[in-house]
Write a protein that binds this ligand. Structure first.
Ligand SMILES: [Zn+2]
Length: 264
């Protein structure tokens, strides 16, 4: 599943190629019948909230959540738009740009009240500009008031929006924090440290398109073997202490961590 940095990159792509232009919106596959409600209107806003994309048109907003199987395909063309490939739920066409989305969990047209209702369910997003540290404060409050373990809280989109399995594993490894520590037992400076680390790492993700999480590998294109400290490294020696990395299923998602470095 794409994590928040990918969705913010998609929002930037729409800003660059579609913003202010009239967009023809269709559903080649036929399932997104509401596409006609905004087709032909100008795209006025393109924003990511966590893992959800909001494309604001003149009279309504299209909300897209890729979920586990959804994918975007962006293409430029010269004369005729390329034929849709696969089950394209929605096609955005403007000028010489086309954006196709296949297999999203949600793709719907919302009015302003519905947009507010959806967004109010989402927790703070480390990738949104945060003057006055309001987002940070919301994160601190949500973690510190919960008895749920931090490994599960970081995957809860109402606690922190945009973090997924890779950033969860790597953020906890970098913090040296046991994923099974209940939120209310974690010192506030440790919680704030995770937030600021997420802000830094996810911004790098938006810039590069890759989840770079290891100091010394925060630039360039490290191979998949070098990229992570904990994620998908079960059984391999920890890069710090050589203890084998553990794997356990927590709330039906695989959790990776070093039981020695992250014992506290
Ligand atoms: Zn270790």
């Amino acid at each position: 599943m794409p994590e928040g940095h990918t969705v913010h990159r998609t929002a930037k792509h729409f800003s660059k190629h579609f913003l202010g232009k009239q967009v023809e919106l269709t559903s080649p596959q036929g399932r997104f019948t509401d596409s006609k409600l905004v087709s032909g209107q100008a795209l006025l806003t393109s924003e990511a909230f966590g893992k959800q994309l909001y494309l604001g048109f003149e009279t309504a907003t299209v909300r897209i959540h890729l979920g586990i199987y959804g994918k975007w395909r962006f293409r430029g063309f010269e004369d005729t738009p390329p034929e849709p490939v696969g089950q394209v739920r929605a096609r955005f066409l403007s000028g010489e740009q086309v954006a196709d989305v296949v297999g999203p969990t949600s793709c719907e047209v919302l009015d302003a009240l519905q947009v507010t209702a959806k967004q109010s369910k989402l927790g703070p997003d480390p990738l949104r500009i945060d003057p006055g540290d309001h987002e940070l404060q919301r994160f601190l409050t949500r973690v510190a008031s919960s008895k749920v373990v931090i490994g599960q809280l970081l995957m809860d989109q109402s606690v922190i929006a945009g973090v997924g399995n890779v950033y969860r594993a790597e953020l906890l490894f970098r913090a040296g924090l046991n994923p099974y520590t209940p939120g209310h037992l974690i010192a506030s400076e440790v919680i704030a440290g995770i937030w600021f680390d997420a802000v830094m790492l996810m911004r790098i993700g938006v810039k590069t398109g890759i989840m770079l999480t290891r100091d010394g590998y925060l630039k360039g294109r490290p191979t998949i073997l070098d990229r992570y400290s904990a994620y998908k490294r079960e059984g391999l020696p920890c890069r710090n202490c050589l203890n084998p990395i553990s794997i356990q299923v927590l709330n039906s998602r695989k959790l990776y961590w070093c039981s020695s470095c992250q014992s506290a």
